[in-house]
Unconditional design. Structure first.
Length: 367
C-alpha cells in the first residue's frame, strides 16, 4: 500500500507552538514517532535550545549559551570572527585589550575592563569606540557628559550617547544630578520640599481569601507613579496609579497610603482642575474609577438615558449595542480603542453565538 504522510505546525498566540505529525496508510496502519520533550531550561550552560529540531545543542569552543538560550555567544575576552546566522566562530583578544560593544573587534581601553572584558568608563561618561564615520579608534575614549546648564546632558541607557536628562532633574536641581537633599524615585527627581507620598502600602488584598500579598510591581512603581501624578500631573503616571487601584479591586481602606487611597487623595486635591465630558467625577489628569460617595449614585448613572435608539422592525432593525473600550498597558500608555466583542468581557468560554448575545438589545443575559 502507498503510505501517505502529513506534517503540520500549529502556531498559537503568545509563546506556544504545537507540532503535529500525522501518519496514515491506505490499509489504515499507522506508524508513530516520538521525540523527547525538552524545555530550553533543560539545556546546560554550554548548550543552547535548537528551535527547529527541539533539542539541546552543544556550543563550540570559546563559546557559551546566550542570555536568550536559543543561540551561542563568545566567552568574555573573545571576539566574533564569523557569524552566518546559525553558527559562530570566536577568537581571543590580546591580553589587556577589551572586546568592542558589537563584539566584532578588540580595542585598547582607557579605564580598565569589566568582568565581561569590555571597556569600562567612570559614571557620567560615555564609551566611544568609533569616529563619526564608523572607523574603529586605536583606543576607546571615555567622554564626559556635561550635566550643567545649558547642556543638561547625561549618558543614555546604553552608555554610548550623551542625551538631555529628564526634565524633573533640571527643574529640581538645575543639573542632571539628583543628590541629597533631593530624592530619586524611579527615573524622576523630586525636591524634599515637595509634598509627595513618603511611604506607600505595597500589598494587594484578596478579601475573599482573607490574605494580603506583597506586590513587587507596587514596590517599584506605586510611590513614583503617585508622586509624578500629584506633582507633575503626568498622564501616564496617573493612569498607572489608576491601574494599580484596579489591581487592588478598587478597594478603599482606612489606610491613606494604598493605591486607591492615594488615587482618591489626588482626585480631591486636584478639584481646581475641573472635570471633563460633563462628568463631575472625572478629572482631566485621572482615569474615571469611582462614581462618588453619595448613596445610590452608581445606580442613577447606570440607569441614565442611553444615547442610541434601537429598533426591531424589518429593514430598520437595529439591535446591536456597540461597546468600545479605551485600552492602556500596565504602565499607563494608551494603546488605542477596541470593540468589546467575541468574549473580551466574559470570564467563561462559550459558543460565539452565546458570547455575542450579550451585545444584542433586548436579550436577557447572565454572566
Amino acid at each position: 500500500a502507498t503510505e501517505r504522510r502529513w506534517a503540520c505546525t500549529v502556531f498559537l498566540p503568545a509563546s506556544f507552538s504545537v507540532i503535529l505529525l500525522l501518519f496514515a496508510t491506505s490499509s489504515f496502519h499507522a506508524q508513530g514517532y516520538s521525540v523527547p520533550l525538552l524545555q530550553p531550561a533543560s539545556c546546560g550552560n554550554q548548550q543552547y535550545f535548537h528551535i527547529s529540531n527541539l533539542s539541546c545543542v552543544l556550543c563550540g569552543a570559546e563559546q557559551r549559551r546566550s542570555p536568550s538560550g536559543f543561540s551561542c555567544e563568545c566567552l568574555p575576552g573573545f571576539k566574533l570572527v564569523a557569524n552566518d546566522g546559525h553558527a559562530i566562530m570566536c577568537q581571543k583578544c590580546p591580553d589587556g585589550m577589551g572586546v568592542t560593544e558589537d563584539g566584532w573587534n578588540c580595542i585598547q581601553c582607557p579605564s580598565g575592563l569589566t568582568a565581561e572584558r569590555r571597556c569600562q568608563c567612570p559614571v557620567g561618561d560615555i564609551l566611544v569606540e568609533r569616529d563619526a564615520n564608523g572607523v574603529l579608534l586605536d583606543q576607546a575614549q571615555c567622554i564626559y557628559c556635561n550635566g550643567t546648564s545649558p547642556s543638561f546632558a547625561a549618558p543614555n541607557i546604553m552608555g554610548n550617547r550623551c542625551i538631555r536628562c529628564g526634565q524633573t532633574f533640571i527643574n529640581t536641581s538645575r543639573s542632571c544630578d539628583c543628590s541629597q537633599p533631593n530624592i530619586l524615585m524611579g527615573s524622576l527627581c523630586f525636591s524634599i520640599a515637595q509634598n509627595f507620598p513618603s511611604r506607600v502600602v505595597t500589598t494587594v488584598r484578596f478579601g475573599q481569601l482573607g490574605i494580603s500579598v506583597r506586590s513587587v510591581w507596587f514596590s517599584e512603581h506605586l510611590q513614583v507613579s503617585a508622586a509624578a501624578c500629584l506633582l507633575y500631573s503626568n498622564l501616564t503616571s496617573c493612569q498607572a496609579l489608576g491601574n494599580m487601584c484596579v489591581m487592588n479591586m478598587n478597594s478603599l481602606s482606612s489606610s491613606i497610603d494604598d493605591a486607591c487611597s492615594l488615587f482618591q487623595s489626588i482626585f480631591t486635591s486636584t478639584a481646581g482642575l475641573g472635570f471633563v465630558h460633563s462628568v463631575s467625577f472625572w478629572r482631566p489628569n485621572l482615569p474615571w474609577l469611582f462614581y462618588g460617595d453619595h448613596p445610590g449614585l452608581a445606580s442613577q448613572i447606570l440607569t441614565s438615558q442611553y444615547p442610541t435608539g434601537f429598533s426591531f422592525k424589518g429593514t430598520e432593525k437595529n439591535t446591536r449595542m456597540q461597546f468600545i473600550a479605551a485600552l492602556y498597558d500596565v504602565r499607563g500608555h494608551f494603546l488605542g480603542w477596541q470593540r468589546l466583542e467575541e468574549g473580551t468581557l466574559q470570564l467563561c468560554p462559550d459558543t460565539e453565538m452565546r458570547l455575542q448575545a450579550a451585545y444584542t438589545f433586548g436579550t436577557t443575559y447572565r454572566l
